[in-house]
Unconditional design. Sequence first.
Length: 446
Amino acid sequence: MNQQSSFFDQNQNAPLAERLRPQTLEEFVGQTHLLGEGKVLRKLIEDDEIGSMIFWGPPGVGKTTLARIIANRTKADFITFSAVTSGIKEIKEVMESAEKNRRYGTKTILFVDEIHRFNKAQQDAFLPYVEKGSITLIGATTENPSFEINNALLSRCKVFVLNALTEDDIVSLLHRALTSPKGFGNEKIQISEDILHGIAVFSNGDARSALSTLEMLVLNGDKEGDTVVVTQEAFTQVTSKKSLLYDRNGEEHYNIISALHKSMRNSDPDAAVYWLARMLEAGEDPLYVARRIIRFSSEDVGMADPHAMEIAVAAYQAAHDIGMPECSVNLTEAVVYMSLAPKSNAMEVAYDSAAADAKNMLDEPVPMQIRNAPTGLMKDLCYGEGYIYAHDTKEKVAAMECLPPSLAGKSYYQPGTQGLEAKYGERLKAIKEWKKAHSASDSKKK
């Protein structure tokens, strides 16, 4: 926990990204959809009318910097919290202090970095103080607040979405680093525009990553007199192992598995293989991917190609037995197969429809004719009466209702027209017509 007085302490030995952190809105780069002239967040900051809010965006886009700019401009008591080091005890101490300030007419703004790391109990500790106005809460998170922030707390905060910086944004920051006295402005640095753009691409919209890369290149550059020369070879060495944007426990994890699933569903094997590679090269558990492919084989292929599930299960077994990197080709084969297979979502639709009825009709009795009758009492109570053993019939099917009376005749499985499901659909149609005809004839006999 830090008070506002120490919020802007500068250290010339600090990393380049920290030394160059903007302290005014005029210095801030990017997020023009929020901070451009006349935009809502800019007006709130300029007018010192900050309400509780959440800054949501990827790393290095300015969430903490915006909080510092607010701290520099506000007349409120500004306190910063770290979700990594602060517990409920510290929260309560700050809340009590904020409540005293409120009584004396002083506002308190509490900035919580990485607020998604707070558990439910810690987040709940903020809620009553936010409700009665003891504090104005500003949270910063890289995770989707819909999943990571308590609904009661989230409903009292305005969420501002910060985007990854563009390549041009990053290049302008790099130029500032090379010319600013806080950066390398007092040194002679020779570096090409191509390398600066290369750094921008490598950083993937993360200003902190870009400035750290530039700092590493300059500190390890070739000395030619009083000039530091950054070569293409040095850049290639520093960026040879690009870190893929992938958080196995975060939103990007779900974004990429969604991309794989939807690429297979859209019969696009090239895109599907790319997203598969993105996950595996970033260290994803191959068994997780294999489980998702198994799900896909029924959810999106189903009876259009029943062999798809065999392929998916075989890929899971291969991934389990040989692991990475060898199993990458097994998973690729499965992904390509799913992409090219005929598609049907009839299995998912059937289950969802039946599940909806099942939840609303949990007390529906099992029809007597299909109840088990292992005891004499059950037989006396007519359990199993009227049951027809399908194998004893010529057609291997009986005109017998198996659904509860209130659902008799309802259809959950609606066959599609792709692949083999068209054939199964014709068979189902024939079975239903036969049952209908024989049910009618049985009724007449009675």
